[in-house]
Design a binder for this molecule. Structure first.
Ligand SMILES: C[S@@+](CC[C@H](N)C(=O)[O-])C[C@H]1O[C@@H](n2cnc3c(N)ncnc32)[C@H](O)[C@@H]1O
Length: 418
């Protein structure tokens, strides 16, 4: 099977347009389309002067009070995240296609263009007659310099109202204008680090009543992940935050209630089988154009493992709105009581030392008890485990890794060795 390659027409403009058309027309596929985004990155770099292949250490991120504006070279690399670029371009194309049918004028803000403005600028050439005006904003002067060259190369000057170096979280248009579309892709997974929330919260005030944010919404959700060996199903805990026009407006009004709250864990819940909570980021760019789990780095799940979760407990979340924004979580964790039973205390298995060994080792697993034990007790424990045909190191691993309840440990002791 041969995969279609990128096309290489003679001029940079023709090259950018042809390869953007390929991304629009081809199925979403990272492997098959990577050659196209690679070619686009090459030609954009030739025109604009910022290359995705330079050393990232030579360029600096800008630390804003509201998050990190990644460096021009890192922003250039974003183009090569093929599915991200393809889905955003398709979503924007669908959005513009709808707007040109019904609107007399279309005002657009692109907040955080990066050095190439790759999500939008090539699309402008596909709507040459449309009454589109675009405000292009970025915080880095190198991006602004590059964008000016790319606008000239694509010959879309007539559609550009402003190219401005400024912080989009503080920006105000110099004229009294309302916008039909505000585009920003300034995020990482779980809306961490970069200022997407702060940018949307600020710029939504400039939208017209029927104006849209792109992405239209960014949905965060949580799932309980079972141990693979348990053969149990993933359990959804539902969505816990959505960044959209409505919530961006609430945040701008000082109402942060959507940014904090809790997720209730199921009850009953096997805290033995489910010790990992994963958080997911789904990006609804426009209409049916979406990015979800593992499609690009923005959708990488964030997981917290080794949690001995309390059934029916509450996972609290809140968004830290500072120079390094992120969601923080606190988990309802079951902890072992400190008091260690005596050797004589028995469980269902009526053998001395079983309960004491399990309790002590659980505390070791929580970092609350020292692994050191007396020679006498150690040999008693070894004898007890070999009675069940279990090795000492396997028992330690089982208890510290899986954090079993006592009855689960007893069942493990009585189980056949694999
Ligand atoms: C992840 S890059 C995306 C670049 C490009 N839009 C793309 O999708 O390939 C984000 C861009 O937003 C810019 N940026 C981040 N925060 C900003 C802010 N507060 N004001 C203006 N630009 C910002 C960064 O400089 C960077 O160029």
């Amino acid at each position: 099977m041969t995969f279609p390659q990128a096309v290489r027409p003679l001029t940079a403009k023709a090259n950018i347009i042809a390869n953007t058309r390929l991304l629009l027309n081809r199925d979403n596929d990272m492997g098959n389309n990577h050659g196209i985004t690679k070619e686009l990155a090459k030609v954009f770099a030739e025109v604009g002067g910022v290359s995705a292949d330079e050393d990232i250490n030579d360029w600096c991120n800008a630390d804003l009070g509201s998050g990190v504006a990644i460096s021009p070279i890192l922003a250039a690399k974003c183009l090569k995240e093929t599915l991200r670029t393809q889905v955003f371009i398709k979503g924007l194309y669908a959005c513009l296609s709808e707007m040109v049918k019904v609107k007399k004028s279309i005002n657009i803000v692109y907040a955080g263009t990066g050095p190439y403005g790759c999500l939008l600028l090539p699309l402008l050439t596909l709507f040459p007659q449309a009454p589109i005006r675009v405000w292009l904003i970025d915080i880095h002067q190198e991006n602004i310099d590059s964008i000016e060259k790319i606008v000239r190369e694509l010959e879309v000057e007539d559609q550009i109202a402003v190219i401005e170096k400024c912080d989009a979280t503080k920006w105000h248009p110099s004229e009294n204008v309302k916008f039909d579309l505000i585009l920003s892709e300034t995020m990482t997974a779980l809306l961490g680090k970069e200022p997407q929330v702060a940018i949307f919260a600020h710029v939504q005030q400039f939208l017209s009543n029927d104006g849209v944010l792109v992405p239209q919404c960014i949905v965060l959700s949580a799932k309980l992940m079972p141990f693979e060996s348990s053969k149990k199903q993933v359990q959804s805990l539902g969505d816990f935050f959505c960044l959209n026009k409505k919530t961006a407006g609430e945040i701008a009004d000082g109402d942060f209630s959507c940014l904090q709250g809790h997720i209730t864990l199921p009850n009953p819940l096997s805290s033995f089988d489910y010790q990992t909570i994963s958080f997911f980021t789904d990006i609804h760019v426009f209409g049916s154009h979406q990015l979800s789990q593992h499609q690009c780095s923005l959708n990488t799940p964030v997981s917290y493992s080794g949690l001995k979760l309390e059934p029916g407990g509450l996972v609290h979340f809140h968004y830290l709105f500072n120079a390094l924004p992120k969601f923080e979580f606190t988990f309802p964790i079951e902890t072992m009581v400190e008091h260690i039973p005596s050797t004589e205390e028995l469980g269902t298995i009526e053998l001395p030392g079983v309960k004491r060994f399990w309790h002590k080792t659980r505390l070791v697993g929580e970092g609350r008890h020292d692994r050191i034990t007396t020679e006498k007790e150690l040999s008693l424990e070894m004898d007890m485990l070999s009675h069940f045909g279990k090795r000492y190191q396997d028992a330690l691993y089982y208890i510290c890794h899986f954090k079993p309840e006592f009855h689960e440990f007893e069942r493990w002791l009585l189980s056949e060795n694999e």
